[in-house]
Design a binder for this molecule. Structure first.
Ligand code: SF4
Length: 222
């Protein structure tokens, strides 16, 4: 199967997944009730597929779509403040053709990278239950198996832990912003604080810190 077909086939399976009843109910409820400022939008409401370059050599791993971000727009980190930060940094590092990510048809293209998440459905309070993380792990494993990735950028401690686990490394490896480790195949794994509003509003994560982590990740892509 060629890479584009394999990428698409996995995405179709992700979008059709119903393994987590709590998350499916929540996403559909949010999609039908909507936020007042998005009343005119046709919410996606389904699991959010992987996004990016099917020939990617780098993989960005987030936590999960936001209720009124990815769950609304149907694209990872699209239509919310976290996405504003992530795609600006990817653009600044030369990995995206534009710094903004507003909706699926906005022309955004990634260069050599793809974006995935630990859970493909938005969880209440942005917190998936442990069993839901386990349910979605197969998607992360299969996403990682799609390509001969040279580097991973993990946004947040759960993405770090899950990615290390999928790469056959110790999940107990300490998480910290800017931390870098190599997997048994020599692939780089970079940790960053998640660009959630909780981190960006408080100054725990600055744009410069995020860009440093993205640049470290980009440097391994060749
Ligand atoms: S979180 Fe993952 S495993 Fe659970 S329903 Fe969504 S796509 Fe399926």
């Amino acid at each position: 199967m060629n890479p584009a077909h394999a990428f698409q086939t996995l995405n179709e399976e992700i979008v059709a997944c119903t393994r987590c009843p709590r998350l499916r109910d929540w996403c559909e409820t949010v999609a039908s009730q909507k936020r007042r400022s998005f009343q005119e939008d046709d919410y996606w409401g389904s699991p959010v597929p992987n996004f990016g370059d099917p020939l990617a050599l780098g993989l960005v791993v987030g936590l999960a779509p936001a209720a009124h971000g990815g769950n609304r727009t149907g694209r990872m980190f699209t239509g919310d403040r976290s996405g504003d930060w992530l795609y600006q940094a990817l653009y600044d590092a030369g990995l995206a053709n534009q710094p903004t990510s507003l909706e699926r048809q906005d022309g955004l293209e990634l260069r050599g990278v793809a974006v995935t998440a630990v859970c493909h459905c938005a969880p209440p309070e942005n917190k998936p239950a442990p069993g839901e993380v386990v349910n979605c792990r197969e998607h992360l494993e299969r996403t990682i198996a799609l390509r001969p990735y040279r580097a991973f950028l993990c946004l947040g401690s759960l993405a770090w832990k899950e990615t290390l686990g999928c790469l056959g490394m110790k999940k107990s490896e300490q998480f910290g912003h800017g931390r870098q480790v190599a997997d048994p195949k020599g692939r780089l794994v970079v940790a960053s604080y998640h660009p959630s509003q909780q981190n960006t509003f408080t100054g725990r994560l600055t744009r410069a810190m995020l860009l440093d982590a993205v640049r470290a990740f980009a440097s391994a892509l060749g």
